[in-house]
Design a protein around this ligand. Structure first.
Ligand code: 3PG
Length: 421
């Protein structure tokens, strides 16, 4: 996946008008009989053994917008996973889940831009719903473009002429300048779907009342993305303390030379060097674990960080770290938590993730919980009502909170300007 979107974001923000957002919504259009390109984010966790969808939250979220389009001809598009990763699959299973949730037929075509997909789109009738295959089957969808260049991709050139309106509702991919996100709204009238509308409204309200100190609890596995976002969060005054968990904590512990062996992760030397320079630049901001839990033949074994050996499977935070992090969370004005603190899918290693969420839920701070994994744990613990804003978006939300304007928001604003002029 190309990574130059961070550079693009900086360019996008030169004449920036921080988070205040001006986009059209479904209420601004007469939808009856129109053919709609609907971009959602049904990128779901996939069980690596059964290859079944193991969490349907993002499909459930798509339903509200699809139902708002019931008098139109709706073509739903999404990506699933990344090319080369285990969760990269077709969308056939998503079609079945959608069908159950909508309680009506969902047409599905194993194609994105070919004749088969085009014919299905042309033959749609009012009230019908069609799901295309994984957008990332199309090579172009794996690269980032300016809106003008995205509009020149074969995907956008071929498909945009079949649609009347582009509805963007994939908030979790709002940071990706892919053709489906920035190309279609360049060619078609475009508006936000219900998820994007709600996320933007809630987040803007929250960020206007957000108070220091800003505490960020950061875990998860997409380390390169996270490192870029951390820098922007600190520079934009949105991160006074960063409490690290999960794989990213291990990367920082290596950068601090507290772990002295390779972790065996992708682009390891590059991310460790970046973490090292961040620690040098902002020495008082980062906290890393003092103790962790490893998996030893299926058992949870807690260790001081100094006792970790090469090859140990670090799967969770230890109790001293939980206590230390919880105190910092209790003293926060605003807390943002993104990414699980460990291998929470295994019962033995849920403790850190649950404890961090409990600390966030019990704090007096303004609270934001981000990412599909955390939202499902939050739900299972019955803590949802204690959180100010919950979003299944991960990386996109982290970047949104930096104050940077994301490619999808830029594209929607440009479309609104065009519409109003
Ligand atoms: C996400 O889950 O963060 C979004 O679906 C974006 O996925 P990506 O990081 O593979 O672009």
């Amino acid at each position: 996946m190309q990574n130059f979107h961070f550079e693009q974001l900086k360019e996008f923000n030169q004449e920036e008008n921080r988070n205040s957002v001006n986009v059209l919504t479904l209420d601004d259009f007469d939808l009856k009989g129109k053919t709609i390109f609907l971009r959602v984010d049904m990128n779901c966790p996939i069980d690596p053994e059964s290859m079944e969808i193991s969490g349907t939250k993002r499909i459930e979220e798509a339903i509200e917008t699809i139902k708002s389009l019931e008098e139109a001809k709706v073509v739903i598009t999404s990506h699933q996973g990344r090319v080369g990763n285990k969760d990269y699959t077709g969308m056939d299973k998503h079609a079945l889940v959608l069908e159950k949730l909508l309680n009506k037929k969902v047409k599905y075509v194993e194609d994105v831009i070919g004749i088969a997909a085009q014919n299905e789109i042309k033959n749609l009738k009012n009230g019908e719903v069609l799901l295309l295959d994984n957008l990332r089957l199309c090579a172009e969808e794996n690269y980032e473009f300016s809106p003008e260049d995205a509009a020149k991709t074969i995907m956008v050139k071929r498909l945009s002429k079949l649609f009347d309106l582009c509805v963007l509702d994939s908030f979790p991919s709002a940071h990706r300048a892919h053709p489906s996100i920035v190309g279609f709204p360049h060619m078609l009238p475009a508006c936000a779907g219900r998820i994007v509308e709600r996320e933007v409204r809630n987040l803007d309200e929250i960020m206007t009342v957000a108070k220091a100190p800003h505490v960020i609890v950061l875990g998860g596995s997409k380390v390169p993305d996270r490192l870029e976002a951390i820098k922007m969060l600190i520079e934009n005054g949105r991160a006074d303390h960063v409490l690290l968990t999960g794989v990213i904590a291990n990367v920082f512990m290596r950068a601090q030379a507290r772990l002295k062996f390779p972790l065996g992760i992708k682009r390891e030397e590059e991310v460790v060097a970046k973490a090292h320079s961040l620690i040098g630049e902002y020495p008082d901001v980062f906290s890393t674990p003092v103790d962790i839990a490893i998996d030893k033949d299926g058992e949870r074994v807690e260790l001081d960080v100094r006792e970790i050996q090469k090859g140990d499977k670090i799967y969770d935070l230890g109790p001293k770290t939980v206590e230390f992090y919880s105190k910092l969370i209790a003293g926060a004005g605003t807390v943002f938590i993104s990414g699980p603190a460990g291998f929470f899918e295994k019962d033995n290693f849920r403790y850190g993730t649950i404890s961090m969420l409990e600390a966030v839920a019990n704090s007096m701070a303004t609270t934001i919980v981000s990412g599909g994994h955390l939202t499902s744990v939050l739900k299972s613990q019955g803590l949802e009502s204690k959180i100010n804003h919950i979003s299944t978006a991960g990386g996109a939300l982290v970047l949104y909170l930096t104050g940077e304007k994301l490619p999808m928001i830029k594209a929607l604003e440009a479309a609104a300007k065009k519409h109003q002029s």
